[in-house]
Design a protein around this ligand. Sequence first.
Ligand SMILES: [Zn+2]
Length: 158
Amino acid sequence: MLQSSFWPYQPEDLPQKRNVKKVPFVELFNDRVQGVVSSGSDINRVYVAFIEAGTGDFYCSTNNNRPCGGLGGRPCSHIQEMLEEAMAQYGTARVGRFLKIPIDVSQVTAAWGLIQHLNGSQKKEPANEVFSRFLTYLRYVELPTSKHPIPEMTWFVS
Ligand SMILES: [Zn+2]
């Protein structure tokens, strides 16, 4: 790969293959890694999860705000899956910096390697904000391609 001083990304920041079936949506937003995770057992159910930068506070519930049964004072498997997909999409180094993890995370390969450095606790929050961001995201993903400009997309350019 051609490297130049204009190349803004480190190789570890380049996106890896994502499992969108397991984690259809993940983003670094508003001091949180947050996303939507498919239920392992029921294809009609999804979980909405987040983990907060700095504090490490976390929560996971269904999109109907039923608390996740896997939360027991520590992040559930959905939060771990979401973090691992964030690491794939954004790179572990960037996710580590975003979460304000105070160590060099370059050797970290699993979500627990990040979570163990955060002393978060469960923080109940309604799922709808994250879930509606997911639905908006889906709308853009499903927009038919067009040669004409899409007005809502202009902020990506400016
Ligand atoms: Zn969960």
